[in-house]
Ligand binder design. Structure first.
Ligand code: NAD
Ligand code: UDP
Ligand code: UDP
Length: 341
């Protein structure tokens, strides 16, 4: 059509462990909302590396230009400062919709903005997908399961969520976003994909975003005690970011709507996580107990059999292997040498 992009035939390679794309095809035009954030920027790296054109749409609430600045000057990369709560006109083939603060500290900072982002922002991006016939992927969350009464969590579980609590702007917001995606799919024929992401960590996480892995790593590097909330017996499953990005791309390219759990089934108590951080970074690290926040889920572990079977995906990087991969990045950003963050 009248694409503003030159369509070159590009050979897309599918190296070991990467998404097998097979035949040469035209480069795609892809929007990544929230692409200047932690997960989004790693996704952008892979899409650019694959030969596609990427437009990042971000309001820089929690994202940073530094996360994508290595693409500045690349004609296949574009960065737009835009808030998804406002309508947006673009012409693309695929929309990865990630825009939304993910850390509890950030999403509780302005809860009304968070729910608007999840509801109005997702509505706008679905309206965009409908108008241009683009495929739309929603990054939902394991928080849709709330404080789960089923363990591990399967996609068929409907969850145990408080609709009026301090986390509701996020978990109920994401549940509404899933509903919107399914209604646009059924009612307007939009091709949608839904990922339910479990706790993910890696380089480029905000250092002070309050999430447990970033807190423990930053605290240990700064020689401060690791803050364990409550008794530390609550569990989480921690996924390294490259595993997640691989899962998101397979989901987008595949034929299945989902929802799909994308997470690492390795389950750790918060105290066990503290021990791994100690082993990896500093054996003299200490722990300080703090009061827990309200509505904190007691346990969380994905059942990933659906993604294994239908997407041929499973995580490859254990916590013991993944943690060292983020330590160097955190060290540089905490102690200076900002050149190549
Ligand atoms: P992040 O905070 O690093 O990234 C979110 C990005 O969205 C940031 O760049 C932020 O500036 C941008 N953003 C926020 N509100 C916006 C708005 N209204 N308009 C435009 N841009 C906006 O978080 P992340 O960890 O990279 O998470 C990405 C997505 O994955 C989120 O949708 C999150 O809910 C989901 N998710 C993440 C995790 C995880 O553990 N990291 C777990 C479950 C779900
Ligand atoms: N929208 C957008 N970009 C587009 C098309 C729609 O941001 O290219 C927004 C639009 O402003 C609306 C939302 O998406 O608020 C839903 O659009 P839809 O066409 O489904 O609904 P309608 O506009 O009919 O309410
Ligand atoms: N947590 C903790 N110390 C911290 C930050 C978090 O003990 O410094 C706990 C928190 O209470 C929760 C778990 O770690 O039980 C995961 O919290 P996070 O905010 O990383 O993600 P969540 O899964 O709650 O969204």
């Amino acid at each position: 059509g009248n694409s503003p992009y030159k369509q070159h035939a590009a050979v897309i390679t599918g190296g070991a462990g990467k998404i097998p794309l097979g035949l040469p095809r035209k480069p795609l035009r892809i929007v990544v909302t929230g692409g200047a954030g932690f997960v989004g920027s790693h996704l952008v790296d892979r899409l650019i590396e694959r030969g596609d054109s990427v437009i990042v749409v971000d309001n820089f609430f929690t994202g940073r230009k530094e996360n994508v600045q290595h693409h500045f000057g690349n004609p296949r990369f574009e960065l737009i400062r835009h808030d998804v709560v406002e309508p947006l006109l673009l012409e693309v083939d695929q929309i990865y919709h990630l825009a939304c603060p993910a850390s509890p500290v950030h999403y509780k900072f302005n809860p009304i903005k968070t729910i608007k982002t999840n509801v109005v922002g997702t509505l706008n991006m679905l309206g965009l997908a409908k108008r241009i016939g683009a495929r739309f992927l929603l990054t939902s969350t394991s928080e849709v399961y709330g404080d789960p009464l089923e363990h591990p969590q399967k996609e068929t579980y409907w969850g145990n969520v408080n609709p009026i609590g301090v986390r509701s702007c996020y978990d109920e917001g994401k549940r509404t976003a899933e509903t919107l995606a399914m209604d646009y799919h059924r009612g307007a024929d939009v091709q949608v994909r839904i990922a339910r992401i479990f706790n993910t960590y890696g380089p480029r996480m905000c250092i002070d975003d309050g999430r447990v892995v970033s807190n423990f790593v930053a605290q240990t590097l700064r020689k401060e005690p690791m803050t364990v909330y409550g008794d530390g017996k609550q569990t989480r499953s921690f996924q390294f970011v490259s595993d997640l990005v691989e899962g998101l791309m397979r989901l987008m390219e595949g034929e299945h709507v989902g929802p799909f759990n994308l997470g690492n089934p390795g389950e750790f108590t918060i105290l066990e996580l503290a021990q791994v951080v100690k082993d990896v970074i500093d054996p003299t690290a200490t722990i300080e107990y703090k009061e827990n926040t309200s509505d904190d889920p007691h346990k969380r572990k994905p059942d990933i059999s659906k993604a294994k079977e239908l997407l041929g995906w499973e995580p490859k990087i254990s916590l013991e292997k993944g943690l060292p991969l983020m330590v160097e990045d955190f060290r540089k950003r905490i102690f200076g040498d900002h050149k190549d963050v």
